[in-house]
Design a protein around this ligand. Structure first.
Ligand code: NAD
Ligand code: UDP
Length: 343
């Protein structure tokens, strides 16, 4: 299938291949950088389910082997401890390269500013170089942070953004904006078949308890009965998407021929204070809410315009906030029980 059908200079007809009704019969090979992280682990799982052989490169900077331990029994899955800022070598054919390696939680990238800039720049060059060599489709995990603190709400892909290039968040925002620019340069100069997804705030199982992002913080605080830390007065907004919906949108983009950028996220916008109260209620907790200082350049509003995803990919989120949060809370409850038992 693979070598014979791949058009020279054109793109691998993945959409045709994936129409096969028995996914086990497929023989397509994916590289996922950052595959042991929150999103990467869900992505590896879904790709294996769709019939891919998956090689995951991760240096466990912010991810954990535990996230993909359950996949190791599958001979089509391989986990490689590798820093993608170093050259990436893979023998044999590769059909798709999904570049997800990067710290993503603000707490992580404040602590790891240089690592974040390096993986967005050097890591992206290496992942694109691999895609070029193998004539694979390349997908970059970019972010709503490319829009910075937006002055347009909701954000369409045509909005150029409002980023402070020297503020503490710039290590992430500018690394991703640079990664988008490199991706487009490889597309224009080298003809690499590329796609850029701008991912909006996503939540679900396998986020770290100490991740620092709003949902893991609120859920673990509510479950422990500790004060729930709302930044500022909590009037800033976010639009949160359940991980399964996000992965579905990403796979649709991968199997399309769209270059993007395409926003994938849930357009249901809520204030952070209301989000904290909802999480507390769903946890059945009476934990108090405490107001803490707001980080510098924290975006005031965020909502994806998903017109392109709806019309070109036939995608929209399906999981209700209630269902997504309930599943996430029960996963975190399991984690907290496990850590108490270990202690
Ligand atoms: P995460 O921190 O859980 O996962 C990132 C993974 O990348 C980790 O496993 C980490 O160890 C790995 N990694 C980091 N640097 C590396 C390097 N140099 N070499 C190899 N591996 C490296 O974060 P996440 O939430 O799963 O985010 C994954 C990707 O999606 C990131 O690129 C992030 O920017 C993007 N994204 C995520 C969200 C979200 O809401 N989760 C939103 C926008 C964009
Ligand atoms: N936030 C909060 N309390 C926390 C963690 C985050 O109020 O314990 C706020 C944060 O200031 C931001 C929003 O929640 O306004 C979303 O933050 P998160 O770190 O989840 O993602 P971001 O969109 O900032 O990348």
């Amino acid at each position: 299938i693979r070598a014979a059908a791949r058009p020279t200079g054109g793109r691998w007809p993945l959409s045709r291949v994936l129409d096969v009704s028995d996914p086990g019969a497929l023989d397509v090979r994916a590289i996922v950088t950052g595959g042991a992280g929150f999103l990467g682990s869900h992505l590896c799982e879904r790709l294996l389910g769709d019939g891919y052989e998956v090689i995951c490169f991760d240096n466990f900077l912010t991810g954990r082997p535990d996230n993909v331990e359950h996949l190791l029994v599958d001979p089509r899955f391989r986990l490689v401890n590798r820093d993608v800022n170093d050259f990436i070598y893979v023998s044999g054919p590769v059909d798709v390269v999904l570049h997800f390696a990067s710290p993503a939680s603000p707490l992580d990238y404040y602590e790891l500013p240089i690592e974040t800039l390096k993986v967005g720049s050097l890591g992206t060059f290496h992942a694109l170089g691999l895609a070029r060599e193998k004539r694979a489709r390349f997908l970059l995990a970019s972010t709503s942070e490319s829009y910075g603190d937006p002055q347009v709400n909701p954000q369409p892909e045509t909005y150029w953004g409002n980023v402070n290039p020297v503020g503490p968040r710039s290590v992430y925002d500018e690394a991703k904006r640079f990664a988008e620019a490199v991706t487009m340069a490889y597309r224009r100069k080298h003809g690499v078949d590329t796609a850029i997804v701008r991912i909006f705030n996503t939540y679900g199982p396998r986020m770290r308890v100490d991740d620092g992002r709003a949902i893991p913080a609120f859920v673990s605080q509510a479950l422990r009965g500790e004060p729930i830390t709302v930044a500022g007065d909590g009037s800033q907004t976010r639009s949160i998407c359940y991980v399964d919906d996000l992965i579905d949108g990403i796979l649709r983009l991968l199997h399309s021929d769209l270059p993007g950028p395409v926003n994938i996220g849930n357009p249901h916008e809520m204030s952070i204070l209301d989000t904290a109260k909802l999480v507390r209620d769903l946890c059945g907790s009476t934990a108090p809410i405490t107001f803490v200082p707001r980080p510098q350049d924290d975006p005031s509003v965020r909502q994806p315009d998903i017109t392109i995803a709806r019309t070109r990919l036939g995608w929209e989120p399906r999981t209700s906030l209630h269902d997504g949060l309930t599943r996430t809370i029960s996963w975190f409850a399991g984690q907290l029980t496990e850590s108490r038992q270990v202690a």
